[in-house]
Design a protein around this ligand. Structure first.
Ligand code: HMH
Length: 218
């Protein structure tokens, strides 16, 4: 079995807390207050801006590692997606009357953004960084894909958001990242694998905190 698959089984409870969070469940049953959605939108914009330099650093690590061109291209496509995402956030925010200028990052967001900054350091190798990247993208993919399942009551105004991360091609992209992570982990030392596993779990915790913040506004 692939390494990331063993982790998904071993850490299933926290994985489910991240991907089936009350924030997501309340999109599914249309009970999410729109104020919570708007809060998430503003906070996630700040997160995405911090995500840009992280992915850029990951691309550099992939290149230095001499990873296959095909893998570098997958990360490059992630950068292109993020570029679209930044524009989308701006459009979406103006649609909802959310001003992106004056947003104060909340504590959970600051903690997550400083985690991203740590991942950029040279101490974190390509294997660890790409594993964390996969986990960050996969949580959003799985979470928002849930909101598009048959029988969900997801409001029309929120469907575009859910499709952004929940669509099949984003799913394929996440599986491609998972493949890169698995191939790197296969040839890594036990020590690096252990560090990557700890990062995986940390991402899940940070995602739970991020959703909590969006629901509760803490
Ligand atoms: C908090 N996690 C968070 N925001 C995002 N936009 C993603 C993951 C995926 O891009």
């Amino acid at each position: 079995m692939e390494i990331t698959e063993t982790w998904l089984r071993k850490h299933r409870p926290i994985y489910l807390r991240a991907t089936q969070h009350p924030f997501i469940l309340s999109i599914r049953d249309a009970s999410l207050p729109l104020s919570s959605f708007k809060r998430w939108l503003g906070q996630d914009y700040i997160f995405v801006r911090a995500f840009v330099p992280f992915i850029a650093s990951l691309l550099v690590k992939a290149w230095k590692e001499g990873d296959d061109e095909a893998n570098v291209d997958i990360i490059l496509s992630g950068i292109a997606t993020l570029n679209d995402e930044v524009s989308w956030f701006k459009r979406e925010a103006s649609k909802w009357g959310v001003s992106l200028d004056g947003i104060v990052p909340q504590p959970a967001n600051l903690v997550y953004c400083s985690f991203l900054e740590c991942l950029m350091s040279a101490q974190v190798d390509y294997t660890q960084a790409v594993t964390a990247f996969w986990a960050i993208e996969a949580v959003y993919q799985e979470s928002f894909a849930h909101c598009l399942e048959d029988g969900c009551k997801t409001r029309d105004e929120l469907k575009e958001t859910c499709e952004r991360w929940g669509n099949d091609s984003f799913g394929q992209y996440c599986r491609a990242l998972q493949g890169i992570a698995n191939r790197q982990l296969e040839k890594a030392s036990d020590q690096v694998v252990a560090k990557a596993e700890a990062l995986f779990v940390r991402v899940l915790e940070l995602e739970v905190e991020f959703w909590n913040m969006s629901v509760l506004g803490s």
